[in-house]
Design a protein around this ligand. Sequence first.
Ligand code: NAP
Length: 246
Amino acid sequence: MSKFGENILVTGANRGIGLALVQQLVKTDGIKHLFACCRNPDGAKDLIELQKTHTNVIPIKLDVQDDQTIQQAYEQVTNILGTDSLNLLINNAGVYEEDGGSCDNPDRTAFRKSFDINSNGVVMVTAKFLPFVQKAADHKQRAMVANVSSETGSSGRAYKCDFNLVSYGMSKAALNYYTKMLSEYFKDSGIIFVAFSPGWVRTDMGGPNANLSPEESTSTVLKTLAGLTIEDSGRFMNRYGETVPY
Ligand SMILES: NC(=O)c1ccc[n+]([C@@H]2O[C@H](COP(=O)([O-])OP(=O)(O)OC[C@H]3O[C@@H](n4cnc5c(N)ncnc54)[C@H](OP(=O)(O)O)[C@@H]3O)[C@@H](O)[C@H]2O)c1
């Protein structure tokens, strides 16, 4: 079994940080199933390519805004896992609404979309797959839910944030709250719940001027996740595992 366990699910796995997480994870020995969830698996060229050499990569359709696809993804995962458990759920899918997401010219649709993907979507996906993760904890295996957040979601650092990032930051702050709440509610479950910031990364979202490549960010993130224990549950951290204030 790998240091992350045998079965892992990543959302938003077709590009950016999600794809880089999958590309790094396949290098880890002992992973049986790597469920690479995305909105359009048929068009996920990089995942399809990766699957040719790594048959444990399983692209699965999942739109975090669409409950029907969450249910269908759940059924697919259930069929494949059988009585097995899920050791790691990485809620990575996210959006940054550049237009209408600011304080001075807010657009309700942009705010709604930010929240629906960055926070509500994570709640829906986690609720569906948590029983699988609980099964891992019950069998004394590695069991973790890792939510990809952002330092813009730190209320403690809101004074440093760009006014244009407000819908994004608010939706990530809600995600952080949810992570903390899960860790309290399921305190004795044996599951590690964390929110982490990957840093500023050169993806479609982060843009070309970001200081980290997806590989640089995710290799550090995975090293950090691999070293976490139940004592870390409920923490909001940067990619090095250093605490970020809620
Ligand atoms: N890049 C950064 O500097 C940075 C910094 C801090 C935090 N983050 C966080 O890191 C995560 C990944 O960001 P990224 O930089 O890789 O962004 P990205 O390159 O824009 O990729 C976003 C991913 O999320 C997926 N996604 C969007 N809406 C979705 C939905 N409704 N259902 C399922 N998947 C959906 C996208 O799928 P499609 O291809 O189908 O759109 C894509 O796979 C996000 O949560 C983001 O907030 C990024």
